[in-house]
Unconditional design. Structure first.
Ligand code: IMP
Length: 174
């Protein structure tokens, strides 16, 4: 069986949208730069580009989460594999997610962070698949709404492959 990746969102479209999001975030947080929380592993590419598109001295931290096994269906069980390196009490936190699918990961993170007394918690996601929502979450900054397809690239994987593609694509098997 062979696999090929069909482009859904090109590198150029992503670059343009990431810069628009960066400008919006810079405006919103002008007085108080946020802590960007990069949710690993999938958000590492998006967070790196977004951070450089933000014109403010942000702090960056990383949180490891796992909700998928080797397949394309969320296990529904959200596990923290690596916690933040510093407290977030009194901070404006901006969670940077690759994709909001069922919404379980983000809902879990928002609940967790609220117990740590930050000043605010907002969400920036590159992609949103509303058709798959199991819980409603507010995405404050959104790159693209996409249809219900399993996508790879720009940090997103399929069984740990394809994270390094510079665009978002759909895996086709024949
Ligand atoms: P949720 O908890 O169902 O919203 O899923 C969140 C996580 O599942 C994301 O951060 C991704 O790592 C992963 N995920 C969801 N949909 C996709 C997809 O289409 N491709 C790759 N990973 C996905």
């Amino acid at each position: 069986m062979s696999e090929r990746i069909v482009t859904m969102i090109s590198k150029e479209e992503i670059d343009k949208r990431v810069h628009e999001l960066g400008a919006e975030i810079s405006d919103h947080y002008r007085a108080n730069p946020p802590v960007l929380v990069c949710v690993l592993k999938g958000s590492f590419v998006f967070a790196a580009d977004l951070a450089r598109a933000i014109d403010a001295p942000v702090r960056i931290d990383f949180l490891g989460m796992r909700s998928y096994g080797e397949g394309t269906e969320s296990s529904g069980v959200v596990q923290i594999t690596q916690d933040l390196s510093r407290p977030i009490a009194g901070e404006d936190v901006l969670i940077v997610e690759d994709i909001v699918d069922t919404g379980l990961t983000i809902a879990h993170l928002i609940d967790l962070f609220r117990t740590r007394a930050p000043r605010s918690v907002k969400v920036c996601a590159l992609l949103h698949k509303p058709a798959r929502a199991k819980v409603q979450v507010k995405v404050d900054y959104l790159g693209f709404t996409i249809e219900d397809r399993f996508v790879v690239g720009y940090g997103l994987d399929w069984a740990e492959k394809y994270r390094n593609l510079p665009y978002i694509g759909v895996v086709e098997r024949s």
